[in-house]
Ligand binder design. Structure first.
Ligand code: GLY
Length: 462
């Protein structure tokens, strides 16, 4: 946990955003994987952690916006728990570590809330994403489970987004530490990516690095020579020459702050000419759309800058044709770059996404597009200092998408399908960094992870 003043300040800022009612934050429960007592690695809810810091299940944090009162509800461990788990702090001690002087038994939460509801007070809660939490909220608030998601407080969602989307020095330092763990994960993968080794061996090794430095990986490792599948969690291939290995992986620290980095490595450590051609285009899209990050600018503009660089580069090597601006306006680049440039980062690797992507990435001014490809852009709105976001352009050759667009006669003025056919065995390339928006520009976070052709080749050499 951070110092209690951190949590007190965060709650005080939240109190400034909402004038009445009670905010109810529940912890995540344990989740079983094959029988009740065999549980997954415990992961606290990020919003509860942000305001209260306690990293245990079975607690509720309440903030009364009218009176200013703050209460932690929990259950003191008994001797049976202590026999299995060792000495544990009392609820009152954990509350004090979060800067809260009032603690009560969790068994009293239902009645405490019922009194509030019976006097017409609003209970603000965030949209739950776990079934057990939905059921708990349903029991506590006497609402049907099917109504729980829609009953979530939009006022609280907007207030939490406003506070959490801007990261302070403490948070930025944590994210940088998580990127430094990712440096070790990715440079290790570069050294291991030799013909004959299995993807599983590399995935397991880098997941172990994350575990040995903190919580776990920040999302299931994406690592495959079949990088044309954007989120490929299957690691069944044995590496072979002339293929590229996409590695999209990050670490989560005990503080729950995370990293999200992608590098693409030529198997054997040396790029062949075709790989180098595509790689240099993606690298240019990454570095130039990062260079253009600054406050006040919509991230959607950076997305289209990357799209233009990709279209221009593909035209240079004969895969696209025609006017580049017209091609991008028509959406022809989405055949090769069918996803968004990036998303917010923080405690959650897609930060705040549990509250609804459009609350996080869009606002009243910047509305989400509906067209194929651009609709997947998770962050489009104007940037502010303190935002931490990912920048992750890519070029992919997805045989099914190539066949679909070609058979539909799409983008015939902009795509050289005959040449594209010859790349159906290529896979994909993505390059991703975590970037802080600063007062006058941006800063790529963490120890630089090799990404130029020369640096990747040198790292892979050993
Ligand atoms: N890098 C994985 C993700 O964005 O979900």
């Amino acid at each position: 946990m951070f110092d209690k003043s951190v949590y007190t300040q965060r709650r005080n800022l939240l109190k400034k955003e909402i004038s009445s009612g009670i905010a109810l934050f529940l912890t995540n429960p344990e989740a079983s994987f094959n029988y009740p007592a065999n549980t997954y690695h415990y992961r606290q809810d990020s919003h509860f952690s942000y305001f209260f810091g306690i990293n245990l299940p079975g607690f509720a944090g309440c903030i009364d916006f009218d009176s200013g009162e703050e209460v932690i509800f929990g259950t003191d461990f008994d001797i049976d728990d202590i026999i299995w788990m060792g000495e544990q702090p009392k609820v009152s001690e954990l509350a004090a570590q979060a800067g809260i002087s009032q603690s009560r038994a969790y068994s009293g939460l239902h009645d405490w809330l019922r009194v509030a509801v019976s006097t017409g007070r609003k209970i603000h809660f965030l949209p739950p994403y776990r079934g057990k939490v939905m059921i708990e909220l349903s029991d506590l608030l006497s609402l049907p489970v099917s109504n729980i998601k829609t009953a979530a407080s939009v006022e609280l969602i907007k207030a939490v987004v406003k506070l959490k989307e801007v990261k302070d020095e403490l948070e930025i330092a944590e994210i940088e530490k998580a990127v430094d763990v990712a440096w070790l994960m990715h440079t290790t993968a570069m050294k291991m990516a030799r013909p004959g080794i299995t993807e599983q061996a590399i995935a397991g090794t880098i997941e172990g690095i994350a575990l040995s430095h903190g919580g776990a990986v920040s999302f299931p490792v994406i690592l495959s020579m079949d990088g044309q599948t954007l989120h490929n969690h299957s690691h069944h291939n044995t590496l072979c020459p002339d293929r590229m290995l996409v590695v999209d992986a990050g670490a989560e620290l005990h503080s729950l702050y995370s990293s999200d980095i992608t590098r693409t490595i030529p198997v054997g450590g040396k790029f062949n000419p075709r790989q180098r051609d595509i790689y240099e285009i993606v690298l240019k899209a990454n570095t130039e759309s990062i260079a253009a990050i600054r406050p006040g600018k919509e991230y959607r503009e950076n997305h289209f800058l990357a799209a233009r660089i990709i279209a221009e580069g593909l035209k240079t090597i004969g895969l696209m044709k025609g006017d580049v601006d017209e091609a991008v306006a028509a959406g022809a680049h989405t055949l090769f770059f069918p996803h968004g440039l990036g998303h917010m980062m923080g405690m959650d690797v897609h930060d705040l996404e549990s509250l609804g992507e459009n609350y996080v990435g869009y606002d009243d001014v910047t509305k989400r597009a509906t067209e194929f490809g651009t609709a997947y852009l998770r962050l489009g709105k104007k940037l502010k200092p303190g935002y931490v976001l990912t920048n992750e352009p890519g070029i992919y050759f997805i045989p099914a998408l190539i066949d679909k667009f070609r058979s539909e006669g799409k983008y015939l003025d902009f795509v050289n399908y005959d040449k594209v056919e010859t790349f159906k065995d290529f896979g994909g390339i993505r390059i991703e960094d975590d970037v802080l928006v600063t007062a006058d520009g941006h800063r790529v976070l963490g120890k630089p992870i090799p990404k130029t052709v020369a640096d990747v080749e040198k790292t892979a050499e050993g």
